[in-house]
Design a protein around this ligand. Structure first.
Ligand code: SF4
Length: 369
């Protein structure tokens, strides 16, 4: 079995993550079980342990997995050690991986201090969220402050303006990875397109931070996969700076850890980042959180809901996700039911699953298979 294509078992189905190709595919949980068996036993061993009347099924499963390249047949003389397992260790060279800054016309953020923080935390990824009314000159005045520190990626989120030439922006700053234009008029503008590695997206909707998940924003890659094993990929090593310079771990968090305008040196910000309070959610990975721990998307989904601690090893969310892994349905899909309607409840008391009710719902949606 190829270790760069791990299989994630969900409650209702599994997903095979193809990490090098950044794609995924759903498979039944029975395929997950078969791949798991194969990872611990030779196929000969599996045949020998299977009653004769079921060996046809083993063959069928094996052919399916070979055809899909989930497994590779290797000659017996090749040492298995030539195919080491993918290391799940997450090592990141920076103290902070992403800084997000919100900017409006009354913004009091001292951008030189943002530059100081980027350098001090070795952060090379920044997201700038501009409110309505910013023109190219304004945006450039911010980008110019940080242009010499070798950012790997800059994401620009900005409202549509007829006078703004977005391509001049991406042409002038090659490290802009992504421009998201919100409140764009329908049909008039613009080619959502990819310019090399620089992507420009438009949306007619206003910019808002929503808890709604979408497959469009899920990412299958080695960095996210390894980080999500032991960390919360939304909070871990992230820093958010509000329009008035307040420092938070994330936009929707109430805790303010200081204000960048009052900092005298980078040691002050490093001290805040190193505090337990700032890192409270960094290690709350999905394996500890109700519902998500049984979801096949758990290592590709970046979830901005704030988890609530039940005890040392258990967390839950007060806001329900728009994907229900117990029935493998999204809220906008036919047959969707909320958790409670399926007999699943998660709250401060615990995670309670009424198996009888859940089985009946799944039978109604998916039939007997
Ligand atoms: S249930 Fe959790 S892991 Fe699954 S899509 Fe929703 S937030 Fe992501």
């Amino acid at each position: 079995m190829t270790s760069t294509c791990p299989t994630l078992k969900g409650f209702n189905r599994a997903a095979i993550y193809d990490l090098p190709k950044s794609t995924y595919e759903f498979v039944p949980n029975s395929i997950y079980d078969f791949l798991n068996l194969l990872s611990q036993n030779s196929i000969t061993q599996i045949y020998n342990d299977t009653p004769v009347e079921y060996r046809g099924i083993v063959e069928e499963y094996l052919n399916y997995c070979l055809e899909k390249e989930y497994v590779l047949e290797i000659p017996s003389e090749i040492n298995k050690k030539s195919f080491p397992k993918l290391s799940l260790e997450f090592e990141f060279p920076s103290i902070i991986s992403n800084i997000s800054v919100r900017i409006n016309y009354n913004s009091t953020v001292d951008f030189e201090k943002i530059k100081t923080i980027l350098i001090a935390t070795k952060c090379y990824n920044i997201q700038l969220i501009f409110s309505k009314g910013f023109d190219l000159k304004n945006v450039v005045s911010y980008l110019d402050v940080i242009k010499d520190i070798g950012m790997s990626s800059m994401e620009i989120i900005i409202a549509y303006s007829a006078d703004f030439d977005y391509e001049i922006l991406t042409n002038s700053y090659k490290n802009i990875s992504f421009v998201f234009i919100y409140s764009a008029p329908s049909g008039q503008f613009m080619k959502s397109h990819v310019l090399g590695l620089q992507q420009i997206f438009t949306s007619e909707k206003p910019f808002e931070i929503t808890h709604t998940k979408s497959l469009d924003f899920f990412n299958v890659n080695i960095t996210l996969f390894t980080e999500s094993q032991k960390h919360n990929t939304y909070f871990n090593r992230k820093l958010f700076i509000d329009v008035n310079g307040d420092i938070k771990n994330a936009p929707l968090m109430e805790n303010i850890f200081g204000n960048i305008n009052s900092f005298n040196n980078s040691a002050e910000i490093l001290k805040i980042i190193a505090s337990n309070e700032f890192q409270e959610y960094w290690n709350v990975h999905k394996g500890l959180i109700d519902i998500c721990k049984e979801c096949e998307f758990r290592h590709m989904c970046v979830d901005n809901r704030i988890p609530v601690k039940r005890n040392e090893k258990e967390w839950y969310h007060e806001i329900e996700c728009n994907y229900n892994p117990y029935i493998a349905k999204w809220q906008d899909e036919e047959g969707y039911k909320a958790l409670k309607e399926c007999g699943v409840q998660s709250n401060e008391q615990g995670l309670m699953i009424n198996r009888k009710k859940l089985n009946a719902v799944n039978k109604e949606i998916w039939g007997d298979d």
